[in-house]
Write a protein that binds this ligand. Structure first.
Ligand code: SAH
Ligand code: SF4
Ligand code: F3S
Length: 437
C-alpha cells in the first residue's frame, strides 16, 4: 500500500483539515506514513497568514524534491492557504511539485491524485462544496477532537488574507456536526473543540441557517448534551458576535470549558478602525468583563498585531495599557506583515522592522510577567484534568482552562481527575491526585 505524509502548518483549522486530507487519501488507497522520508506522497498543507509563506514553501518543496532522486515515484503536493492564494504560480516556481490543490478543492483530491498518477501536473483552485468526507478524518488522538463548525470568513479585516484563502463564511448544518460528535463519542472521544475563524458567527450563513437550525449558543448546548462528551471548547471567537446568550450558555452548561480565545488585535481605536475590526476597545472590554462576571475562572486569550501601518507610539502605548489591564491567560503577538489581496496591502509596510520587534518584545515581556503571576496563583489549587495520555503511573491532560498538567496517578485516557497543583516545570503544571470530591 502507498503511504502519505501530511505536514500541516498554521492554525487549528488547518491542523484539522490535515486530518481530513488523510481521511480522503485513505479512501483513495493511501495509508498514513510516520515521516516524510518513508512516504510515497508528501503533502504540505500550508498557511499564508504571515511572513514569507510562499518563499518558505518553495524552499521546502525544493528540499523534498531531492528525495525524488532515490525515489522516483515520490509525489509532492501543496494544499491549503498558500495553494489557494498562489495557485499555478507555485507550479511554475517549484519544478519538483506535482500538484496544487486549493482550500475548497480538497474534495476533489482523489481525482487529482488519479491525474497525478497518470503523469500530469495539476492545479485545482476552483471552488467546491464544503468537505463532508467519506469515512471522515483520520485523527491523531481519540480523547480530544476538532470538529468544524464554520468554514471561511466574511469579515475582511484589512490586514488578513484568510477570507481570500478560505472563501466565504459557511456554517455546517447542526445535524452534520452533531452526527460527527456522536460518532466521535462512540469511539471514546470526550472533548470536542468546535472550529471556525469566527466560530461564534455560527448560524449566520450556510447550512446552519433556516428552519430548525440553531444559534451558536444552542449548538454548544446540544454538543455538550451528547452522551459521553464531558468537555466542549470552541475557537476562535470574534468580539462582535459575543452575545449574552453565548455567555449564558457558557455559564450554565458545565461541559463548556471556561476558555475563550478572543483576539483584540490592538488597544487603539484608531488602529482597530484602520483594521476594520468592527468594534472599539471599550466594547471589547465590556464583553470581556461580561464573560468574566459570569465565569470568574475564565481563561481569556487574545491576539495582537504590532506595527500595522500608521501605528504611532501613542497607539502602541494603548496596546501596552490594555495588555496590562486584561491579565490574559495567553497572548499571541505578531509583527504586522503585508498580505497580497488585502485592503491594507497598498499601504505597504512603513513601520521599521526594529520598531516592530521592540514593540512585540515589550508586550511579550509584560505578558510573561502576568503569566508568572497566574502560575503562582495556581500553586496549591485544585484542578480537574481530562486524561489524554497515561503510562507508567503518570497521566497527562489539560485543565478546564486548557493548561497542560502532569501528575502521578493511575488512570485511563478519557477519565476526569481531580489534581492538586504542586509545581510548575517549564510552564507546564505538575500535580498530585486526590480522591474524588
Ligand atoms: N479569525 C481570527 C484570527 C485569524 S488569523 C480573528 O479574527 O482574530 C490569526 C492571527 O494572526 C490573527 O489574530 C492576527 O493576530 C494574526 N495575523 C493575521 N494576519 C496578519 C498579518 N497580516 N500580519 C501579522 N499578523 C497577522
Ligand atoms: Fe481574518 Fe478578520 Fe476573518 Fe479573523 S475575522 S479570519 S482576522 S478577516
Ligand atoms: Fe493560516 Fe489559512 Fe489558518 S492562512 S491561519 S492556515 S486559515
Amino acid at each position: 500500500m502507498r503511504r502519505i505524509f501530511v505536514h500541516a502548518f498554521g492554525c487549528q483549522m488547518n491542523a484539522h483539515e490535515g486530518e481530513r486530507l488523510l481521511g480522503l487519501a485513505r479512501d483513495h488507497g493511501y495509508q498514513e506514513a510516520l515521516s516524510a522520508e518513508e512516504a510515497d506522497l508528501i503533502v504540505l498543507h500550508t498557511c499564508a497568514v504571515r511572513d514569507h509563506a510562499v518563499q518558505r514553501i518553495i524552499g521546502e518543496v525544493g528540499r523534498l524534491t531531492s528525495l525524488k532522486r532515490q525515489r522516483p515515484r515520490l509525489k509532492i503536493g501543496v494544499t491549503g492557504c498558500v495553494a489557494q492564494a498562489d495557485g499555478a504560480a507555485l507550479l511554475a516556481r517549484a519544478r519538483g511539485l506535482d500538484f496544487v490543490v486549493g482550500t475548497r478543492a480538497v474534495g476533489r483530491l482523489p481525482s487529482t491524485l488519479r491525474r497525478v498518477d497518470a503523469g500530469e501536473r495539476v492545479v485545482d483552485v476552483a471552488d467546491g462544496a464544503y468537505l463532508e468526507v467519506g469515512d471522515g478524518p483520520i485523527r491523531s488522538a481519540t480523547t480530544c477532537a476538532y470538529v468544524t463548525a464554520v468554514e471561511g470568513c466574511d469579515k475582511f479585516c484589512t490586514f488578513c488574507i484568510v477570507p481570500y484563502t478560505r472563501g466565504r463564511e459557511y456554517s455546517r448544518p447542526a445535524a452534520h456536526i452533531l452526527d460527527e460528535v456522536r460518532r466521535l463519542a462512540a469511539t471514546g472521544c470526550r472533548e470536542v473543540t468546535l472550529l471556525g475563524q469566527t466560530v461564534n458567527a455560527y448560524g449566520r450563513k450556510g447550512g446552519g441557517r433556516g428552519e430548525g437550525e440553531v444559534s451558536f449558543a444552542e449548538l454548544l448546548r446540544q454538543v455538550a448534551a451528547v452522551d459521553g462528551i464531558t468537555r466542549v471548547r470552541f475557537l476562535t471567537s470574534h468580539p462582535s458576535h459575543l452575545g449574552d446568550d453565548l455567555i449564558e450558555a457558557m455559564a450554565t452548561t458545565p461541559e463548556i470549558c471556561p476558555h475563550l480565545p478572543l483576539p483584540l488585535q490592538s488597544g487603539s481605536d484608531r488602529m482597530l478602525a484602520a483594521m476594520r475590526r468592527g468594534y472599539t476597545v471599550a466594547e471589547y472590554l465590556e464583553r470581556a468583563a461580561a464573560v468574566r462576571a459570569a465565569l470568574p475562572e475564565l481563561a481569556l486569550l487574545s491576539d495582537f498585531i504590532v506595527g500595522f501601518p500608521g501605528e504611532s507610539d501613542a497607539d502602541f502605548e494603548q496596546t501596552v495599557a490594555v495588555v496590562g489591564e486584561l491579565r490574559l491567560a495567553g497572548l499571541y503577538g505578531f509583527k504586522y506583515s503585508p498580505r497580497p489581496h488585502t485592503k491594507a496591502a497598498p499601504l505597504g509596510d512603513p513601520i521599521p522592522e526594529s520598531v516592530k520587534a521592540e514593540r512585540l518584545e515589550q508586550i511579550l515581556a509584560l505578558q510573561r510577567q502576568i503569566a508568572a503571576e497566574h502560575n503562582q496563583a495556581l500553586l496549591g489549587s485544585r484542578q480537574e484534568i481530562l486524561v489524554e495520555e497515561a503510562s507508567d503511573g503518570w497521566v497527562e491532560g489539560r485543565t478546564r482552562t486548557n493548561r497542560r498538567l502532569r501528575a502521578a496517578a493511575v488512570a485511563a485516557p478519557g477519565e476526569l481527575l481531580q489534581v492538586r497543583v504542586s509545581g510548575i516545570d517549564h510552564g507546564r503544571l505538575v500535580g498530585t491526585t486526590e480522591t474524588a470530591p
